[in-house]
Design a protein around this ligand. Structure first.
Ligand SMILES: Cc1ncc(COP(=O)(O)O)c(C=O)c1O
Length: 455
């Protein structure tokens, strides 16, 4: 009988490789292990955020400091960081203009629920960077999406959002649905969810305009909420004409189009929307928009903003259900101004794009040399290797392409060789501070790992 293969790799070889790499990691980080043994018990499940359990290493490293595109851990390793806080630090750790803005604001008050002159400058810069939207400031992209959905429902008077199978828009309850045998259902694994989310959401496959139209024809859809590229389901690119189709259909059936650019901000200045001349009704971006300080923004097109004003004037007095106390604080404005003026620049994007292209090329060369049945996708500064043949067309294909056992082993092996990539999938980001030698080290490590697994 032929040996079992996982993503083209001999299963036995994969197990041996994974065990060896896990052992090597554990042996190299005694200080982190000791500190965790002494202190992690204070946290639920031993971690301050339960997502940290998703890193594949035998135990977590503890970070001593981070600067530019490097982390240093308490065991003394300097690590090339391609995870970059899963986009929060896409412009590098503590960019100098952001650190300066924080220092400056630190002595002037941190939160007071009133705007500053910086706020007005941030508004101007947001319009110059992303387009003539009318902006609101939130703290997380999750919140920004929640508020965008509220507005869409309020101004259309319709109950549902349309999302794509395999999407992720933060921990927005409304979007936590999936397709099962062609039907929308609550996603499996939701903790403590008692609501029937299908009352407020319909799920179809990405790149399926016929299914989008069928959903819109019900007249129930307030908005389509989508990323320009599905970045959270491996990486699924839009088919030619898909975005034009979404825009045409949403207008035809009176639904709004919300573009969540929280990850596709990697595409270039102004995000995928500006690079590809899209025209959403609501634009959302978070994570790195203020250089790593917790901030998100959501903006309404002029027409949508006018409809919002009408709906807002007509609603009963009482709480809108939108907003959080610490949002739109002066520290956020200071960091937004610094980031949009000095960090999120065309020059920096050019550097990011160039090195990301180099990385994608190097990874593809290794995959081709070893005849691995895998592929690589790049969206500007964002690169992902996928342990299956491509291209992928939708969330169902992406779910099948995901190979947790292979990916965990590779992530640990890459870290043993000095490179950190994102834990939930195989994503790598290039920052303005990432250097060519770091990219080349990652390519060499990937090549070595693949040689071990496939040769
Ligand atoms: C596309 C997209 N939107 C929104 C979010 C939510 O961001 P946050 O966790 O900062 O709220 C994420 C998080 O990964 C995301 O990938």
């Amino acid at each position: 009988m032929a040996d079992a293969l996982i993503a083209g790799i001999n299963a036995e070889r994969l197990t041996t490789f994974a065990l060896r790499e896990a052992k090597r990691y554990a042996a190299a980080r005694p200080k982190a292990k000791k500190a965790l043994d002494m202190g992690a018990d204070a946290f639920l499940s031993g971690v301050p955020l339960h997502w940290m359990k998703d890193w594949p290493m035998p135990h977590l490293p503890l970070v001593a400091k981070a600067k530019d595109a490097s982390l240093t851990d308490i065991d003394g390793y300097q690590i090339d960081d391609f995870c970059l806080g899963d986009t929060g630090s896409m412009f590098g750790h503590s960019p100098a203009p952001i650190a300066k803005a924080i220092r400056h604001q630190a002595t002037r008050g941190l939160t007071y629920m009133l705007p500053t002159e910086d706020a007005l400058e941030a508004g101007r810069l947001l319009q110059a960077t992303f387009g003539p939207f009318r902006w609101q400031i939130a703290t997380t992209a999750t919140d920004a999406n929640r508020f965008a959905i509220r507005v869409a429902r309020a101004i259309t008077g319709r109950p549902k959002i349309l999302v794509f199978n395999g999407c992720y828009h933060g921990t927005v309850d409304d979007a936590m649905v999936e397709l099962s045998n062609g039907k929308t259902q609550n996603r499996q694994g939701l903790m403590g969810q008692v609501a029937d989310l299908t009352l407020g959401a319909t799920c179809v496959e990405f790149n399926d305009l016929a299914a989008v139209e069928a959903a819109l024809q019900t007249g129930e859809i307030a908005a389509i909420l989508t990323e320009p590229v599905m970045t959270n389901s491996c990486m699924v690119l839009p088919a030619a004409g898909f975005h034009d189709g979404l825009r045409t259909l949403s207008r035809r059936y009176g639904a709004l189009l919300i573009m969540d650019e929280t990850h596709t901000i990697s595409s270039g200045l102004g995000g995928y929307t500006r690079v590809h001349s899209l025209s959403p009704d609501i634009f959302v971006v978070g994570k790195c928009v203020a250089g790593g300080l917790p901030t998100a923004v959501w903006g309404l097109s002029e027409d949508t903003a006018q409809r919002y004003e009408v709906a807002n004037a007509a609603r009963a007095p009482g709480h809108s259900g939108m907003g959080t106390t610490l949002s739109a604080n002066p520290l956020q404005f200071a960091c937004l101004v610094a980031n949009l003026s000095h960090v999120m620049t065309a020059k920096n994007y050019a550097h990011m794009e160039k090195l990301a292209e180099r990385l994608a090329h190097g990874l593809t060369a290794a995959i081709n040399r070893l005849h691995a049945p895998w592929h690589v996708v790049r969206v500007g500064a964002r690169v992902e290797f996928i342990c299956a043949a491509g291209p992928l067309h939708n969330g169902t294909e992406a779910a099948l392409a995901h190979q947790p056992q292979v990916e965990s082993a590779i992530h640990t092996a890459l870290l043993n060789r000095g490179s950190l990539i994102a834990p939930f999938h195989n994503m790598m980001l290039i920052s303005p501070k990432t250097r060519k030698r770091q990219v080349d080290r990652l390519i060499a490590a990937f090549d070595e790992v693949l040689t071990d697994l496939f040769a």
